[in-house]
Design a binder for this molecule. Structure first.
Ligand code: ZN
Ligand code: ZN
Length: 221
């Protein structure tokens, strides 16, 4: 009896991983990325949930095969069930191994994410969002999301609100604020920069005004 207990203890981790995989691996599941019916073994989900259980992400017990199985099943229900929902949510963001291989999805490092409402991202997929400022749709790419949540450490409910064009404009406007906040006379270089900024945001009058000022400046010299 004691030997057996010891055996179970020593091998429980490997054993439980194996058993869980064997029992759940053939469960059919539709990949939300390529929409093809796969089996759980064709996805990284079991491995991801096992890692999460090991990292203590779940409040439920995961110390026996049965308990781990239960947690993994309910996680899969959660993520896979949400795959059909219209509404965008991080739970439907996962993909099969083939999609990961084709770089259509990136496996997230959930331990690097800053938690907020909802569970962690387990994967990142390109998302089409609407720009809050000009209403055109733009791609918030999987790479960008990984950078936002894992490198910049933004909380997981933060989403891009500006399209690329509006993001550029925002940078230009911030630069303009700094330049225009200066009381003293502009240097030639600053005038050139102001012209460039106004050209980028399409303000023709201002471009002309500062071109004139630059011309005068050069004449005085
Ligand atoms: Zn797929
Ligand atoms: Zn925009």
């Amino acid at each position: 009896m004691l030997n057996q207990q010891l055996f179970i203890k020593l091998n429980s981790e490997d054993m439980s991983q194996l058993k869980v995989r064997k029992r759940l691996g053939k469960t059919p599941i539709t990949c939300p990325c390529c929409k093809e019916v796969k089996t759980l073994d064709d996805t990284p989900l079991i491995t991801i949930f096992q890692k999460q259980a090991k990292a203590g992400v779940y409040r439920e017990k995961t110390d026996t095969v049965e308990a781990l199985n239960k947690v993994i099943l309910s996680s899969i229900d959660y993520y896979a069930g949400a795959a059909d929902e219209e509404q965008f949510h991080q739970y439907k963001l996962w993909a099969c191994n083939q999609c990961v291989k084709d770089e259509k999805a990136i496996i997230a490092n959930f331990s690097k994410q800053q938690p907020s409402y909802g569970g962690p991202y387990i994967m990142y997929l390109d998302l089409m969002l609407n720009c809050k400022y000009c209403d055109t749709s733009f791609c918030f790419s999987a790479r960008e999301q990984q950078y936002w949540y894992e490198e910049l450490q933004l909380t997981i409910d933060a989403k891009a609100t500006r399209c690329e064009e509006c993001r550029k404009k925002k940078v230009v406007q911030q630069r303009l604020m700094v330049l225009l906040g200066k009381e003293a006379d502009f240097t030639e270089q600053e005038l050139e920069e102001l012209i460039e900024c106004y050209e980028m945001i399409g303000s023709k009058e201002k471009v002309q005004e500062y071109r004139g000022r630059l011309k005068n400046r050069r004449r005085v010299k």
